[in-house]
Ligand binder design. Structure first.
Ligand code: CP3
Length: 348
């Protein structure tokens, strides 16, 4: 098996720097669009055969060193009892929005094998179909990022309703977050039990706070999850790496270091060597090319890949990735070239 990704997660030497791309299974690939033309997004998530097929597409097409399960961070919201729809060109709609005590009380902490069994079925199928080619990454949203969608009812610009709940009724926010945190913890355990070989916690919107609010309203819940996962894994005699990705990482690195994660995602708004230094040097990092640099000429992309590799050499381990998800307009040939560059330049 190509175990460069798992070795790098553990801080071990690898023959080249492993690379995978956030949102590697998606609309920039014509092969994805062909399947998506026949089924809507949620149907794809809920049909293990389709989810497995699009998960494997980027392994064949890009030659990346890890597969990430095709699903979405918002399926747990439906599992908790909230309505979920993806409307064409509008993004996710969560209904009704969670804004008061009655709405929080209606939510429940689901048994993941019951309410989200299709995810675990996809993982079990993928482990068979991948047959050891590359490791499989499972994932969830972090409690805060998930909660923003549940409170706002969808995507938001300034997170007004979320911040209003936090500042005006902190007790309500806390009891809501306790339910979301318990749900995500059980969900990630179920993914690991089904065969996920690493898990990434996406905190896309965690960076919208000042550091003190980040610690209290975002990070504390992530710490609870990681601590619980680690104890649970230790009891099972296994240790599956946990990656913590926060959007707008730069102002929060010292705090992120306390999360308990094995690997820290770094976005592109900071040089990765500066991030490594602030994290304390002896760390494993993942990142951090600007996703939009995929629109540069290939020679320019190569210069930037070399720059990230050189800067990241001061870390204990480095997993190459973009600083956030690949965007749908990206030319696939540039992503194919990116993976080849990372392998060639880091293997010399
Ligand atoms: O990385 C992968 O390839 C695995 C699959 C994956 C998807 N979403 C598929 C998807 C992963 C890991 C996610 C995570 C996710 N989903 C995040 C966190 C990471 C990030 O990008 O910030 C968030 C915030 C979401 C919520 C979400 N899902 C939104 C806001 C939207 C609509 C906007 C958009 O990008 O279209 C989605 C839809 C979605 N999730 C698509 C895909 C492939 C597009 C659906 C389609 O085909 O129409």
């Amino acid at each position: 098996m190509n175990d460069t990704f798992l070795k790098a997660c553990r801080g071990e030497e690898t023959e080249h720097t492993p690379v995978w791309i956030m949102r590697q299974a998606g609309r920039y690939l014509p092969e994805y669009r062909a399947i998506r033309g026949k089924a809507d997004f949620l149907t794809m998530c809920k049909t293990p055969e389709l989810a497995a097929e699009v998960t494997i597409q980027p392994i064949d097409i890009l030659n990346v060193d890890a597969a990430i399960l095709f699903s979405d961070i918002l399926t747990v919201c439906e599992g908790m009892g909230q309505g979920l729809a993806f409307e064409e060109n509008k993004g996710p709609i969560l209904s009704p929005p969670v804004r008061d005590r009655a709405a929080v009380d209606k939510l429940f902490v689901p048994d993941p094998e019951d309410e989200l069994g299709y995810v675990m079925d996809a993982i079990r199928l993928l482990r068979k179909e991948l047959d050891g080619r590359v490791p499989l990454i499972g994932f969830s949203g972090a409690p805060f990022t998930t909660a923003t969608y549940m409170i706002e009812g969808g995507t938001s610009k300034n997170f007004l309703n979320t911040k209003m709940m936090i500042y005006k009724d902190p007790d309500l926010y806390r009891s809501f977050m306790d339910k979301v945190t318990a749900t995500i913890t059980e969900y990630l355990k179920a993914q690991i039990a089904a065969g996920a070989q690493a898990v990434q916690i996406f905190d896309t919107w965690g960076g919208i706070f000042c550091p003190a609010d980040f610690r209290e309203h975002v990070l504390s819940y992530v710490k609870t999850i990681i601590k619980d996962l680690k104890e649970w894994m230790a009891g099972r005699g296994e240790s599956v790496p946990v990656i913590y990705f926060v959007g707008s990482t730069a102002g929060l690195l010292e705090d992120i270091k306390t999360s308990g994660a094995d690997v820290y995602g770094v976005d592109w708004r900071i040089d990765i060597d500066a991030a490594i230094k602030r994290l304390g040097g002896d760390v494993v990092v993942q990142g951090n090319l600007d996703p939009l640099s995929m629109f540069l000429p290939k020679e320019e992309i190569e210069k930037r890949v070399q720059d990230v590799l050189t800067r990241a050499s001061s870390a204990k381990g480095h997993i190459f990735n973009l600083g956030h998800g690949v965007v749908p307009q990206t030319p696939p040939e540039n992503v194919i070239a990116l993976v080849e560059m990372v392998h060639r330049l880091s293997g010399e």
